[in-house]
Design a protein around this ligand. Structure first.
Ligand SMILES: [Zn+2]
Ligand SMILES: [Zn+2]
Length: 389
C-alpha cells in the first residue's frame, strides 16, 4: 500500500472545496474569498497564518520537532479573465472569470497536505505553505518577495507543482534543469528628426532606422546565442507616423516585443543585445534610441539536489511507476520562478490523465480533474517527509 490514498471523507471534503473554488473564481490580487477560506482552514488545522502578504497572499507555517531546516511549498490561487463553457454543475458563477489553469486544484491539494501534515506530523522542521496570488501574468510571486517573504520566512528549498492534462493520472514528472521559459518584454523608441517626406535630407529618419533594426534584431538568436540554447526574440508592436499624412516623416518610431529564454545567462544576453543593436542602428543614422527591457518572469530551472529529492519522494511514497524523470520543457512561464530562482527549487508536473474535449490549459472547456487530488496531496506530504524526515 502506497501513500496516495485519502480517507473517503477527506477526499469528499477536498473535492467539494475544489468545486466551490471553481464556481467562485477570482482574478489576480482579487482572491479575497479564496484566501480567506484558505487562511481560515489553515488556522483551524493549527498552523500559524500570515495573511495579506503581497496583497492577497497567505502563508501557513507548520513547525514540528527540533529540526532547524525550513522549506516552502507553493500553490497559486488565481483564475483567468475568460468565459467558461464547460456547463458543469460547478461551472463559474462569475461571468468572464474562470479557473482554466487548475489553480483551484493546486490550492486544494496544498491545503489538504497542510491539514494532513498538521494531523500526522512525521517530520522535524518548518514548512511554509505558500498560497500565492496572481500567477497569471500579474506578478503575485514578485509581490510576495517584495513584501519581504524571504526575510520573514527564510527557507532552504522551494517546491512547486502544476497539473498537466494528458500526462497519465497520478504521474509526477520531476525533471532537472529548465522547465519553463522566462517571459520578458522590451521597447525601443527611435528618436530622429521629422521632416517633409520629399526632403528627407533635412531630417534624421527614424523610420528607416527602425526598419533596419527589425531585420537586424533576429541576428541575435541566429548569431549570438549558443545554437544549443533555446531563445526567442520577437518584435510584436510597431507604431509611427500617420496614414493621413503620407508626406510626413515622423520624429519617433516605437518598437516593442517579447524575449524568452531558459537560462539566466541567455536571458542576460538577450537584454544586452537587443539594446546594443537598437543603439548601434540609431548611432548609424545619427539619431538616438531609448531602450527599456522589463523583466517579467524568470525561467523556472529545477536545481539538481531538490529534483533528486522530489524524485526520491515519489519513489518512496507513491511508487516508481508514478515517476517520470523526463518531460518536455514548456514555452509558457510560471512565477514560481520568483521563489525557485532565490533558493534551490523543483517544480513538478502532476498528471491529470486524459483531457476533456478541448480541455487544455486556458481553454473554455478546461476543468481540473479531482481524481488527481490524492496524488497531489501525497506528493506534498512525501516531499516534506523526504526534506525534513
Ligand atoms: Zn495558466
Ligand atoms: Zn497555471
Amino acid at each position: 500500500m502506497k501513500d496516495h490514498t485519502l480517507d473517503d471523507t477527506v477526499l469528499a471534503d477536498l473535492t467539494a472545496l475544489r468545486r466551490d473554488l471553481h464556481a467562485h473564481p477570482e482574478l489576480g490580487f482579487e482572491e479575497h474569498r479564496t484566501s480567506e477560506i484558505v487562511a481560515h482552514r489553515l488556522e483551524a488545522a493549527g498552523l500559524e497564518v500570515t495573511r495579506g502578504l503581497g496583497g492577497t497572499g497567505v502563508v501557513g507555517t507548520l513547525r514540528r520537532g527540533t529540526g532547524n531546516r525550513a522549506i516552502l511549498l507553493r500553490a497559486d490561487m488565481d483564475a483567468l479573465a475568460m468565459p467558461e463553457a464547460t456547463s458543469l454543475p460547478h461551472a463559474s458563477r462569475s461571468p468572464g472569470k474562470m479557473h482554466a489553469c487548475g489553480h483551484d486544484g493546486h490550492t486544494v491539494m496544498l491545503l489538504g497536505a497542510a491539514e494532513a501534515l498538521a494531523a500526522t506530523g512525521g517530520f522535524s522542521g518548518t514548512v511554509h505553505f505558500v498560497f500565492q496570488p496572481a500567477e497569471e501574468g500579474r506578478g503575485g510571486g514578485a509581490a510576495m518577495v517584495a513584501d519581504g517573504f524571504f526575510d520573514r520566512f527564510p527557507v532552504e528549498a522551494a517546491y512547486g507543482l502544476h497539473n498537466m492534462p494528458g500526462l497519465d493520472l497520478g504521474m509526477i514528472a520531476a525533471v532537472e534543469g529548465p522547465q519553463l521559459a522566462s517571459s520578458d518584454s522590451w521597447k525601443v523608441v527611435f528618436r530622429g528628426i521629422g521632416s517633409h517626406g520629399a526632403k528627407p535630407h533635412q531630417g534624421r529618419d527614424a523610420v528607416t532606422a527602425a526598419g533596419i533594426f527589425l531585420g537586424q534584431v533576429h541576428s541575435i538568436v541566429a548569431r549570438e546565442i549558443d545554437p544549443l540554447q533555446p531563445a526567442v526574440v520577437s518584435a510584436c508592436a510597431l507604431q509611427a507616423g500617420d496614414f493621413a499624412a503620407l508626406n510626413v516623416i515622423p520624429d519617433t518610431v516605437r518598437v516593442g516585443g517579447t524575449a524568452r529564454a531558459y537560462s539566466p545567462e541567455v536571458r542576460n544576453q538577450l537584454e544586452e543585445a537587443i539594446g546594443r543593436h537598437a543603439r548601434g542602428v540609431a548611432a548609424g543614422f545619427g539619431i538616438v534610441a531609448d531602450y527599456h527591457f522589463t523583466r517579467r518572469i524568470p525561467p523556472v530551472v529545477n536545481a539538481s539536489a531538490t529534483t533528486v529529492l522530489a524524485q526520491n519522494a515519489v519513489r518512496k511514497h507513491l511508487g516508481e511507476t508514478h515517476l517520470r524523470t523526463t518531460f518536455p520543457a514548456s514555452t509558457a512561464g510560471d512565477d514560481f520562478a520568483e521563489f525557485g530562482c532565490r533558493v534551490p527549487g523543483c517544480y513538478v508536473w502532476l498528471g491529470m490523465g486524459e483531457t476533456r474535449p478541448n480541455g487544455q490549459h486556458h481553454n473554455t472547456n478546461y476543468d481540473f480533474n479531482d481524481a488527481c487530488i490524492p496524488y497531489g496531496v501525497a506528493f506534498w506530504c512525501a516531499v516534506v517527509r523526504e526534506e525534513l524526515g
